[in-house]
Design a binder for this molecule. Structure first.
Ligand code: IVH
Length: 706
């Protein structure tokens, strides 16, 4: 189909498409929007209107085409031009797995002991769903699942809705940048980030809807959703890891260079990858990623090794459906079966009563788990779990272990949908207690809510303890050494009743506690002192305001810049913050309307808790870009007046990004005392180097010198 290009409507439509593509990338990929959301929506609606009036002007890569189409009866079959192979899995999770693969490759290539090590591309094995994206002349024309490897399903309309995660990229581009190929099939994985998964399930739970078992199932379900509007509401992301059919493009020599080229075209490619030499390099990669597995924002079930040189891949070829040049090397599973011993009730920081499963201890996701959450009464009922059942426990990342479902008699099927599984009649049905098991106050459930709450507030020792633990948490004030045993003693012994009283703890008080040596007491005093310099985002998160998680706290800090501005903001002003809806805005306002909460903030400030503040974004002209929008900075060495966290928070609040390593794409390197190799690299590449004063000038919007 040719698209008419000469009329004013056609020209405006083309202009709008460009603008929308550009701003969507600013928002989703760079996390540095230049226009308010409302303006984006206005442009979007204008394009929609033109396309509705002149259907011929609507192109396949139009941003309006992310969510199109109708409910399908089923998916059309797609025959893959190049089969989608699977990959051999090395289940030996120790170093042996990598060594065995390298030995096989060397043998098959006829390499002897004296030959150099083989170079491998090592990458992550994403736990999602394999997808083939077909681009013709740079435009996405089709997306298909793997199916049986020969024939998959046409899921184009759902894949178009894959937008990725604001600030982290991961969207499927509808159009590639600078792609001259006639045909370029890109293969990769559609997946759901853990934070997106948790939020999705939280929403499902609040509505009383069925929750998803794990991010992979949620992603796979979304891709195979017959209604694209539902798919569009599921937060999906994508990583490219290979190619299918390619015509009219000269391939680079190595797999690594292929991925670099795909990234250049705007495809999301995971940066946790490297080229390593021989078995030793593979083992080191497997170990390094294994150590960081919990910190990754998404699930992986292993790493993948690929012979890097494409020429060698061709030489090695395939056995049946698996290439000889690649292998997946697993990590211990994140889901395991175990026995449910009992269900108990725990009282959380906000008074929420949570049914907790007491489990036969099981090793899952790298640790031994003996407790797992069942979230609320209704979810427990839906999953139909009772003492004595065999259940599936999932633990991934920092997320609290949870019960996914129960296993029906002997069979491996998960019965989260409530499949029948008769059990001995004597197991009593679980009931929520009517009074708080900790303080005896009345338990209430608000109308329409799925949550039961203790009404005791800070009178309830459980709530006080949880508030302290949350405050001290790694992502909040990060007070190392203030664990649950110590908090139990402090609260039960009446040593501490409020958050600010934490900062009154001195050596004498601490040493008098059980199991507290002079050394640990001193460490805790030092930790408390250190924790006083923090960031506004951490402080806000630490306060434990209902509905204010880490991400919301960051958004609030970025938007308001100063505590007093935030505390005095109206609900309407609060709701102007991206991702803050009326419920969250109400909760924040209600929190600061309580005099005792304002007092807590004042007392903490009086105890010396400080953070850097900046001019709030709303004070700038609404359409003026943030001073560091689109800029990538790298920090190295120790700055005189800011620690890493604070510098990072300031840069991010000015719209900039902080990267871990220096490349040609780095805009500035901020160097302090004892700066190391990053500073050298900056000089090699000619990247401007700033000191703290230079950074501050930049944050204030000054053009950098030099
Ligand atoms: S390459 C010929 N690379 O693992 C090699 N696969 O059977 C084809 N997967 O479901 C696969 N991460 O979707 C490759 N970095 C990665 C991967 C990856 C995840 C999935 C893939 C497929 C399975 C391999």
């Amino acid at each position: 189909m040719t698209v008419e290009t000469s009329s004013p409507a056609a020209q405006r439509a083309a202009e709008l498409r460009e603008l929308l593509h550009y701003h969507a990338r600013r928002y989703y990929v760079h996390d540095a929007p230049e226009i308010p959301d409302a303006e984006y929506d206005r442009l979007y609606q204008e394009l929609e209107r033109i396309e509705a009036e002149h259907p011929a002007l609507c192109t396949a890569d139009s941003p309006t085409q992310r969510v199109i189409g109708r409910v399908l009866e089923g998916f059309a079959a797609v025959r893959h031009q190049v089969p989608m192979l699977s990959i051999r899995t090395e289940t030996d999770t120790s170093a042996g797995g990598a060594e065995a693969f390298d030995a096989r490759v060397r043998r098959e290539l006829g390499l002897g002991q004296d030959d150099a090590p083989v170079a491998y591309a090592a990458e992550l094995k994403f736990d999602g769903l394999a997808i083939n994206l077909r681009y013709e002349h740079g435009v996405l024309v089709q997306a298909a699942t793997r199916g049986d490897g020969e024939t998959g399903e046409d899921v184009t309309q759902n894949i178009r809705t894959v937008r990725g995660h604001a600030g982290a990229g991961g969207g499927v581009p509808l159009r590639l940048e600078g792609c001259s190929a006639d045909v370029l099939e890109v293969r990769g994985e559609v997946y759901m980030r853990r934070d997106d998964f948790e939020q999705l399930n939280e929403r499902q739970r609040e509505r009383g809807d069925k929750t998803f078992v794990n991010p992979r199932n949620a992603a796979a379900g979304a891709v195979r959703q017959l209604d694209p509007r539902i798919a569009a509401q599921r937060p999906l992301s994508f990583f490219a890891y290979g190619l299918g059919d390619v015509r009219g493009w000269a391939l680079p020599d190595t797999h690594c260079a292929v991925l670099d080229a795909l990234a250049e075209m705007g495809l999301p490619v995971c940066s946790d990858r490297s080229v390593v030499q021989g078995a030793a390099g593979l083992v080191a990669f497997h170990r390094a990623i294994g150590a960081r597995r919990d910190e990754l924002p998404f699930d992986i079930d292993g790493v993948v090794y690929k012979v890097n040189r494409l020429e060698l891949q061709r030489q090695l070829g395939f056995v049946t459906r698996e290439p000889r040049w690649a292998v997946a090397h697993k990590y211990p599973a994140q889901e395991q079966m175990t026995q449910l011993r009992a269900v108990e009730v725990q009282v959380g920081r906000t008074g929420k009563l949570t049914p907790v499963a007491k489990l036969e201890p099981v090793f899952v996701g790298g640790t031994t788990v003996s407790n797992a959450t069942l979230h609320n009464l209704f979810e427990l009922r839906r999953k139909r779990v009772r003492a004595g059942d065999t259940v599936i426990v999932r633990r991934a990342g920092d997320v609290i272990p949870e019960i996914v479902g129960r296993v029906s008699n002997g069979a491996a099927a998960v019965a989260s949908d409530g499949a029948d599984n008769p059990r001995p009649a004597y197991v009593p049905n679980f009931r929520m207690p009517r009074v708080c098991p900790v303080c005896g106050s009345q338990v209430m459930r608000e109308k329409g809510s799925v949550e039961h709450r203790c009404t005791g507030g800070l009178y309830c020792a459980a709530q006080r303890k949880q508030a302290l633990l949350h405050f001290a948490g790694r992502r909040a004030m990060n007070i190392e050494g203030l664990g649950d045993k110590l908090v139990d003693q402090l609260v039960d012994g009446g040593v501490i009743r409020t958050l600010p009283e934490l900062y009154t703890l001195g050596l004498t008080t601490l040493v008098a506690l059980e199991r507290m040596g002079a050394r640990s007491a001193q460490n805790l005093v030092d930790e408390l002192a250190r924790s006083r310099s923090t960031t506004l985002a951490r402080f806000l998160y630490a306060l434990g305001i209902r509905h204010v998680g880490e991400a919301t706290a960051k958004d609030l800090a970025r938007h308001f810049g100063a505590m007093d501005r935030l505390m005095s903001a109206s609900e309407t002003q609060l709701a102007e913050v991206p991702d803050v809806g009326p419920v969250v805005a109400h909760s924040i306002r209600a929190f600061f309307d309580q005099p005792h909460n304002r007092e807590v903030v004042e007392q903490l400030r009086a105890a010396g808790v400080t953070w850097p503040e900046h001019d709030a974004a709303p004070d700038r002209a609404p359409d003026a870009p943030l001073p560091l929008a689109g800029r990538t900075l790298v920090l190295t060495g120790t700055l005189p007046g800011l620690d890493r966290e604070q510098a990072k928070a300031l840069i991010e609040s000015a719209g900039g990004k902080v990267a871990g390593s220096v490349s040609k794409k780095t805009h500035y390197v901020v160097a302090g005392a004892e700066a190391g190799s990053k500073l050298e690299r900056a000089r090699e590449l000619g990247v401007p180097v700033l000191d703290e004063a230079g950074l501050r000038a930049l944050l204030d919007g000054a053009a950098p010198a030099g």
